[in-house]
Structures are given as structure tokens and as C-alpha cells.
Write a protein that binds this ligand. Structure first.
Ligand code: F6R
Length: 366
């Protein structure tokens, strides 16, 4: 049931404050403002040397983003690869290591094969899944559920932000278990996490401002997305959403990688969407934005007003984000404008939003 929404995707985008809030409540103790996982680690978190992550598509991007959190908050190095590559790489895995697989459906063939490879090589497998009865959930040692509810739209939206919510809690729990995160810091970070659903709701309330930007993007035949730090995987995800839904060619790049090649593409016919939350890398991202501006690029900034002021550049579009959507977990909030932009471009172009051509909701064949 789509309720009053035109598409399942719109409904699912709008459900995010609620389902992310619900997912956070499942992994946090809201009263004390600390992490409380609904399962115990039945592996020795202190003895872990690294974590392996594998998944496909959007779920892979959630893992790529989580790497920043796992390294920073749990001091764990992360080896991550798409499942179709990982399953055949013959990767050596650490003794009694931890493998995390991520899947909305829990039925993705390549992700299941990656899980089986890891189990066969002595890993403890933790899966982040949305379907409790799925094959991946059944074959895992530990199941971390995303409480996103059924996702009908083929393009993943709410499952993605719920995966991020679970990963964030997991990174903090591992940081605590490994003795590398103080309780005080944990509480500060949990407070930032708890703020994200409200910030998401704020972004959704201002959805109308995305439409003119979408009309502009719909005219392009190619679009670049740039981000740094956790916004880099988000740039990849934003580009994937746009490709899937509008069939416009799009690529995501790490902002700092621009000058190593892609900057040759810059001209006014290619919109460049810059994801610039107020985090530790904002200043660097702004200087990359200015490099694009200096070459006559077609800039669309997604960021707080302070980023716009700092950029002091000619912008073709600006999606203003709340100034308070900042810090370590800003990606949960910045996922929304990326989804909404792709959605509105697709609607504007008259494409089939919920059932893009050539795509299936669950890829159970290799
Ligand atoms: C993109 C999308 C796909 C899936 C991928 C993995 O919008 O939906 O990239 O994320 O096929 O699917 P799951 O998460 O079911 O394993």
C-alpha cells in the first residue's frame, strides 16, 4: 500500500525518520544514551585484527561508508569488496576473524556465496539483513536486523539508511568492547546518532526545494557526484540511484581524486553534485568545489549555508541542509537529498520509478 504517495519509493524515502529511529532504538539504550546490542559478541572483539565486509550494490556502499566508522571508532582495519569479486578472490582471511555481510533481501546470490566462503574459512559471520527469514540470515552466526520493514521500490532507500544505523551502533559497540572508545565519547556519538531521524524529517519537510535542481539535472546526459570521507561512498550511492532511476549516466568520485583525471570532463554540460556536510573534511571539499568552479563547472552544492558561504562560488543549484546535520554520522542525513534528487529526476522524466528497466529487486542468480 502506497498510502497517499505516488510511488513506493517516495513512501519508503519518507519512512526513513521512523524506521531509522526504530532501528537505532533496537541497538541503543536511549535512557542512558549508550549502545546496547540485542546480541552478545560471541567472538573476542579485543583479539580481532581486522574485519572483512562484503555485499552488492547499495548494501556494498553502506559497508564502504561503515569502514570510516569501524576504523575510527573501533580501531579495526577493514577489508571490503563487492561480493561478486570477493567470492572468487581466494582472499586469505585472519584466524577467527569477523566477516560482515550486508543485504536487504538476504537472498543475493553473490553475497550468500561470500558468506559461505567466509564460513568455510573459519570466520564468524555477522549479517546485517532486512529479512529475518532469509537464507543469509539463516546461515549467519549472528544476525543484526535492519528494522526497515518491507522495501518494495526496486531502488534501495530505507534499507540503506537502516544499514548505516546498524553499522554505526556496531562500530561504537566494538570500540567499547575493544577498549578504544571511552564511555564519554560513546555518549557524545550516541547523541549525534539519536539526532539523525529528526534531521532527516527536517530534510523531508523541505523536499520541494529539490524539484528545480531535479529539473536542471534531468537535462544532462552525464552527472558527477563528489564527496570526501564518508561522503565519498555516498557520492557513489547518489550516482547509482540516478543511473538506476533516470538512466542518466552518473559517476561518483572521491573529491580529492578529481584532479587525477575526472577534472578533464568538467564543462557546463555536466552537473557536479558536491556532497559537503559540515565534518572534518569540509574545508578540503570546498577547495575541490572551487577547482570545479574555476573550470566553468556546473555546480550543485548539497550542504549547509556555511558551506555555500565558504565556497563563494557560482552555483547552478543549492540544496540547503540543516547546519546541525554535521559530524560523524551526517551521512545518514545526506543520503536523503541524494535519494530525493534521483527520485525527482526520474518522476520529471516520466520514468518507472518503482520498477526501473532491466532491474530486479532481488538478484538470486550470479
Ligand atoms: C540499488 C539496489 C541494489 C541492491 C543490491 C543488493 O538501489 O537496490 O544495488 O542494493 O542488489 O541487494 P541486497 O541488499 O538485497 O543484497
Amino acid at each position: 500500500d502506497k498510502g497517499h504517495y505516488r510511488h513506493y519509493m517516495a513512501k519508503e524515502i519518507h519512512e526513513q525518520p521512523e524506521v531509522v529511529g526504530r532501528t537505532l532504538a533496537h541497538y541503543l539504550d536511549l535512557a542512558s544514551g549508550t549502545v546496547r546490542l540485542p546480541f552478545a559478541f560471541d567472538f573476542d572483539a579485543r583479539a580481532l585484527s581486522r574485519v572483512t565486509i562484503s555485499a552488492c550494490g547499495t548494501a556494498f556502499y553502506a559497508g564502504l561508508l561503515a569502514r570510516y566508522w569501524l576504523e575510527r571508532f573501533a580501531r579495526l582495519s577493514v577489508d571490503i569488496d563487492i561480493a561478486s569479486e570477493f567470492r572468487y578472490r581466494e582472499a586469505p582471511l585472519p584466524e577467527r576473524g569477523l566477516m560482515i555481510v550486508v543485504s536487504q533481501s538476504g537472498e543475493t546470490a553473490d553475497t550468500l556465496a561470500a558468506l559461505r566462503y567466509a564460513r568455510a574459512h573459519g570466520q564468524h559471520v555477522l549479517s546485517i539483513v532486512n529479512v529475518e527469514t532469509s537464507t543469509i540470515a539463516r546461515e549467519s552466526d549472528t544476525v543484526a536486523l535492519t528494522l526497515a520493514g518491507p522495501e518494495i521500490g526496486v531502488a534501495s532507500t530505507k534499507a540503506f539508511t537502516c544499514q548505516l544505523a546498524v553499522f554505526a551502533c556496531l562500530a561504537l559497540a566494538l570500540g567499547r568492547a575493544r577498549g578504544v572508545l571511552t564511555e564519554e565519547r560513546e555518549k557524545e556519538l550516541v547523541a549525534e546518532l539519536i539526532a539523525t531521524p529528526g534531521l532527516m524529517a527536517q530534510v523531508l519537510k523541505d523536499e520541494a526545494r529539490i524539484e528545480p535542481v531535479a529539473r536542471d539535472v534531468a537535462r544532462a546526459s552525464s552527472v558527477l557526484y563528489l564527496g570526501r570521507g564518508p561522503s565519498y561512498p555516498l557520492a557513489l550511492e547518489g550516482a547509482l540511484k540516478l543511473k538506476e532511476l533516470s538512466y542518466i549516466h552518473a559517476e561518483g568520485y572521491a573529491a580529492g581524486e578529481l584532479k587525477h583525471g575526472p577534472i578533464a570532463l568538467i564543462d557546463f554540460s555536466i552537473p557536479v553534485v558536491v556532497l559537503a556536510p559540515h565534518d572534518a573534511s569540509l574545508e578540503k571539499t570546498v577547495s575541490n568545489l572551487q577547482e570545479v568552479a574555476a573550470r566553468g563547472g556546473h555546480l550543485i552544492l548539497v550542504g549547509p549555508n556555511s558551506a555555500k558561504v565558504a565556497a563563494a562560488a557560482d552555483l547552478a543549484g543549492f540544496i540547503e541542509m540543516p547546519e546541525t546535520a554535521a559530524g560523524a554520522f551526517a551521512a545518514l542525513v545526506y543520503a536523503l537529498p541524494a535519494q530525493l534528487l534521483a527520485y525527482h529526476v526520474s518522476v520529471f522524466m516520466g520514468k518507472d520509478v518503482d520498477q526501473p528497466r532491466n532491474l530486479a529487486k532481488s538478484v538470486t542468480v550470479e
